[in-house]
Design a protein around this ligand. Structure first.
Ligand code: HEC
Ligand code: HEC
Length: 299
């Protein structure tokens, strides 16, 4: 609400402007009907004179009509200071109405999915198509448009899961996000030598050829520092998001140098929570889509 000074300021300025337009039209019309009967402006260049014809009638009427429309508009809609206009229209009311309409459209598309169990959602081709689009818009920048990930961003099309590959576990990953916490072990392992031993053992776990003596020494350290999270045989723990180190599938990489970096400095991958960004109906459609990707190997 404008205070009364600005209220009247706006009202008077608006009305004076409209009046001025009308006066301008009237005045210029007068010029062209001058009593002295002259039909030129009086400008002359090398014998050429400038005519002063009246505006064409139809043109003049367009101006008149727009003045009338402006007044009608100000009666119907807000515009003159604090006056609300007889239609009672506001941006807020329009927004609310559009919101109701948008929700109805959303319900028409997503309402059907609300009652579906995960199995039915995965089988539904329309849900699949919507899931694909949601993924492209919200997830592809990190997990890749083919969902196969990149170093630090897990591949979602294989059957190897940090946090579990059931529909509910995937939905939880999407809704609440995930934070992987692999501590830095460089100091605890006594520097590079200790790290290199453990690296050799982890490589051995995943089936790579390594110096077996080095790996042997690494195993002792692994049992001391690592099995609490990665398990005795290195197969990982989904409750902690500790990856399986024995299957040759890597989040960060399985080369000696990458492993040494991971183990000495630690890692912390973050999957952002999408609860407040994507509503539940859509998250369920997404979870079904992602689950479908790994079930079909990404096809
Ligand atoms: C900002 C980057 C980013 C975005 C955006 C993102 N993710 Fe992730 N996501 C990650 C990272 C990083 C991880 C691994 C977290 C970790 O290391 O613990 C992850 C993990 C996951 C996991 C768990 C994988 C597993 O193996 O258990 C799922 C499922 C997942 N994301 C699905 C999605 C979906 C679906 C979307 C889109 C709504 C999405 N992510 C958007 C970065 C992202
Ligand atoms: C407190 C639990 C915990 C302990 C203890 C732990 N890790 Fe981890 N480790 C994790 C988690 C969680 C991740 C995943 C980090 C992420 O998602 O960003 C991880 C990741 C890794 C990776 C990366 C795997 C890949 O796919 O790229 C390696 C290698 C690894 N850990 C080795 C070790 C070794 C060796 C030790 C013992 C010196 C160890 N971890 C101790 C929790 C642990």
């Amino acid at each position: 609400m404008l205070n009364s000074f600005w209220n009247w300021f706006v009202i008077i300025l608006t009305l004076v402007n409209i009046l001025a337009c009308w006066w301008l039209l009237y005045w210029t019309k007068g010029i062209s009907n001058r009593e002295d009967g002259k039909t030129t402006t009086g400008h002359e260049w090398d014998g050429l004179t400038e005519l002063n014809n009246p505006l064409p009638r139809w043109w003049l009427h367009l101006f008149n009509i727009s003045i009338v429309l402006a007044l009608v508009y100000l009666i119907l809609y807000p515009g003159l200071g604090n006056m609300t206009g007889v239609l009672g229209w506001t941006q807020l009311k329009q927004y609310d109405a559009e919101l109701v309409a948008a929700n109805a459209t959303e319900q028409a598309v997503f309402g059907r999915f609300g009652d579906m169990d995960p199995q039915a959602l995965m089988a539904d081709s329309e849900a699949g198509e919507i899931g694909r689009r949601l993924f492209a818009n919200n997830c592809a920048m990190c997990h890749g448009s083919d969902a196969r990930g990149a170093p630090g961003f897990p591949n979602l099309t294989d059957d190897d899961w940090l946090y579990g590959g059931s529909f509910d576990q995937i939905l939880t990953s999407i809704s609440n996000g995930r934070v992987g916490a692999m501590p830095a072990w460089g100091a605890a392992l006594g520097g590079d030598d200790g790290v290199n031993e453990v690296v050799a053992y982890v490589q051995q776990l995943s089936g790579q050829n390594v110096d077996s003596e080095l790996a042997m020494a690494g195993k002792a350290r692994f049992n001391m520092f690592c099995i609490a999270c990665h398990g005795v045989d290195g197969t990982g723990n989904q409750a902690l998001g500790a990856p399986n180190l024995s299957n040759g599938i890597w989040l960060y990489g399985g080369s000696a140098s990458t492993l040494a970096e991971t183990i000495s400095k630690g890692r912390s991958g973050k999957m952002p929570a999408h609860k407040s960004l994507i509503n539940e109906q859509r998250r369920r459609v997404l979870a079904a889509y992602v689950k479908g990707l790994s079930d079909t190997g990404g096809q």
